[in-house]
Design a protein around this ligand. Structure first.
Ligand SMILES: C[S@@+](CC[C@H](N)C(=O)[O-])C[C@H]1O[C@@H](n2cnc3c(N)ncnc32)[C@H](O)[C@@H]1O
Length: 394
């Protein structure tokens, strides 16, 4: 979709975006050009102005995109069942903890806790690490309303916990929000996509990729650089390894689970996927205009799960499973939960049927979205991968 066909933001939002653009121009003028990852970091996370840091509504019908926990509580209820299995395997006397990364509106935390409460399996504490001050405020308001009795056991963090936890670390659609570098292959060489200014307008240009970045990336591609067609464009996330290493260091015993959209390496860097996976989201329109009102739209890239598995292994974690969202939800008893839920009127039943379709059908979220889990010190097979485990494809 071209920018001309996207809805025009309201005046207040335009003012915010103009302030962010001024900050971007200042940084570009100071150093000549920005890497794409730095542009994405500012556009998403600049304090007070970036997409996730400013106060606009992002999730749900009136936002820009819908995530699985926003579509249906069934997603988080299944996740809660996985956490309950892990809690059952954790050493006696340990403080059972869930650490959620990037909790968005707080919907997933609220539904996980409601399900664990119904199972009489609440964790001793629920930690949330959220980089956005605005989202932190929204999560606090939501959880104070939804879980008043448990609320004192919920703690917000601005950094990884200093003492490693016993329990579960979970993150839905956070990996796809990490800033990525874009690259282009030209004349069999890796070029780095940069953001510059031409007549005060942002523009993309490419330059020879610095040697260190090029060697990091070439080790990650599915094929030698020379085997890709000219103009092949894609992304990679240099921040992934240190980020996953920090998370792995937070897990003394238990499970780390990521759910997100993406592919294994062979599919991600398939020569036919010649335009990459970068996507912008504005008012439920997906498009490729990365300079459309910076700060007002989401910018994401799909996740390359083989790299996630390597980073977690480097952090000393064991791969416990990799599967599609549909298989993962069904393994965790989605059908049983649905059977318990169909007591409402016809309208509610139709809504429920629609939610299940969106979460599980291959053309919706069922196949594009994956679950990948790692464990430390656990001697159990995780329930979520009982039906199908595609770990051998990583
Ligand atoms: C696409 S939203 C997903 C929100 C929520 N998990 C959901 O599924 O609805 C990405 C979330 O990750 C947060 N985030 C991004 N980078 C992060 C980081 N490095 N650490 C923790 N949270 C982060 C964002 O602020 C936001 O809450």
């Amino acid at each position: 979709m071209s920018a001309a066909r996207l809805p025009v933001p309201v005046a207040d939002a335009q003012v915010l975006s103009q302030a962010l653009c001024a900050a971007l121009r200042k940084e570009i003028r100071a150093i000549g050009e920005l890497s794409f990852a730095r542009y994405m970091e500012i556009a998403l996370y600049e304090p007070g102005l970036g997409y996730y840091s400013a106060g606009s509504r992002k999730f749900g019908e009136h936002g820009d995109f819908v995530t699985a926990p926003e579509i249906s509580p069934l997603f988080s209820r299944c996740l809660a069942r996985q956490c309950a299995q892990v809690f059952g395997a954790i050493g006696d006397g340990e403080q059972r903890t869930i650490l959620e990364l990037g909790a968005g509106s707080g919907a997933m935390a609220a539904d996980i806790l409601a399900e664990l409460s119904a199972m009489d399996c609440l964790p001793d504490r629920y930690l949330i690490l959220e980089v956005s001050a605005d989202l932190r405020n929204r999560q606090q308001a939501r959880l104070a309303d939804d879980m008043p009795g448990y609320f004192p056991s919920i703690e917000w963090l601005v950094d990884f916990p200093a003492i490693p936890i016993h329990g579960c670390i979970v993150a839905n659609e956070v990996l796809d929000a990490l800033p990525v570098e874009r690259f282009v292959i030209a004349d069999g060489r890796l070029q780095q996509v940069m953001v510059g200014l031409e007549d005060e307008l942002f523009c993309l240009r490419s330059r020879e990729m610095p040697a260190e970045l090029a060697s990091q990336l070439s080790g990650r591609l599915a094929l030698p650089v020379a085997n890709y067609p000219p103009g092949y464009t894609s992304e990679f996330c240099p921040a992934l390894d240190p980020w996953v290493a920090s998370i792995a260091a937070c897990l003394a015993e238990g499970m780390l689970l990521f759910t997100d959209y993406g592919f294994n390496r062979a599919d991600y860097y398939h020569p036919d996927r010649a335009g990459g996976t970068l996507m912008c989201h504005y008012r439920h329109r997906a498009h490729a205009e990365v300079f459309f009102w910076p700060g007002l739209q989401d910018i994401t890239a799909w996740v390359e799960f083989s790299a996630v598995a390597e980073a977690a292994a480097d952090g000393g974690l064991e791969l416990a499973g990799f599967t599609t969202q549909a298989h993962w939800l069904l393994s965790l008893g989605l059908d049983e939960l649905v059977a318990q839920s169909v007591a409402g009127d016809q309208k509610e039943q139709l809504e429920l049927a629609q939610q299940i379709k969106t979460l599980t059908l291959p053309g919706e979220m069922g196949e594009r979205f994956k679950a990948i889990a790692f464990t430390r010190g656990l001697d159990i097979a995780l329930r979520g991968f009982a039906m199908r485990d595609f770990s051998d494809r990583l």
